[in-house]
Design a protein around this ligand. Structure first.
Ligand code: CAA
Length: 240
């Protein structure tokens, strides 16, 4: 029987690619999404991947969403915490709301989702969790104290949960994408983005596929000895 894989923010951008590639690799894949019904419907019709709408920053909504997915598809064996938002602004202009929204959605979601699947994974002695961090959580970024703090938090969260889970056949890893050609990066002002791309050693933005391939490797059965790691996928930008 195929393993059930759940991708948050899995109908657009990097999450869409992760979900499609997991499905193509034989996982019974389901995608969560938060807001864009039209896009989710179009995605689900095109790919055949079922979609579940709930807010990953809401603890109770996550527990209900996971319970529904497990009733429909079976126990979740692979969880990819991909959902994330930006609310970029320099610190002296950032509102508390912009801070809190990014912390809750990008980092709080990892707790909310992992809490919902971890008991089952430990009982079944198998699980794969991948949290999507960011180059900007490793290096910091102008205009992103909220995002960099949340993504940096993901890297600590990943290592702590990996330690707790290792003896139960559950691996917990992170990927740290750099600048990838998605709606999120297209929102960066063009002149700023041009300077950022000029500093990427491979000379281009990443593709969603570049990130999805790394995740597929981490969740595979053969990836069982990799845990608490962060895979940097950023065209070499982490070396700057
Ligand atoms: N380094 C140095 N200067 C920078 C800069 C950077 N990385 N980014 C912006 N600036 C400069 C601008 O060019 C501008 O300069 P001038 O005043 O000389 O024109 C100045 O900072 C803007 O300062 P403000 O105080 O007016 O900034 P603001 O509060 O209005 O915020 C901003 C502007 C939101 C930071 C905007 O410049 C921006 O969106 N920058 C890009 C931030 C970014 O890289 N976000 C990543 C999004 S993608 C992502 O997060 C995915 C991932 O994981 C990698």
């Amino acid at each position: 029987m195929s393993k059930v894989a759940l991708v948050t923010g899995g109908t657009r951008g990097i999450g869409e690619s992760i979900a499609v590639e997991l499905k193509e690799a034989g996982y019974e894949t389901v995608s969560n999404y938060g807001g864009n019904d039209e896009r989710a419907r179009e995605f689900s019709e095109r790919t055949g991947i079922p979609v579940y709408k709930f807010d990953v920053s809401d603890f109770d909504a996550c527990q209900e969403g996971i319970a529904q997915i497990e009733r429909d598809a079976g126990p979740v064996s692979v969880l990819v915490n991909n959902a994330g938002i930006t609310r970029d602004r320099t610190m002296h202009k950032m509102t508390h709301e912009m801070w809190q929204a990014v912390l809750d959605t990008n980092l709080g979601s990892c707790f909310n989702m992992c809490r919902g699947v971890i008991d089952g994974m430990r009982e079944r002695k198998f699980g794969r969790i991948v949290n999507v961090g960011s180059l900007n959580g490793q290096a910091g970024q102008y205009g992103q104290v909220n995002y960099a703090a949340a993504k940096s938090g993901i890297h600590g969260f990943t290592k702590a949960l990996a330690l707790e889970s290792a003896a139960y056949g559950v691996t917990v890893n992170a990927v740290a994408p750099g600048y990838v050609d998605t709606d999120m990066v297209r929102n960066v002002p063009a002149d700023v983005l041009e300077k950022i791309v000029a500093r990427i050693p491979v000379g281009r933005l990443g593709t969603a596929h570049d990130i999805a391939r790394g995740i597929l490797f981490l969740v595979s059965d053969e990836g069982g000895f990799i845990t608490g790691s962060t895979l940097s996928i950023n065209g070499g930008q982490h070396m700057y």
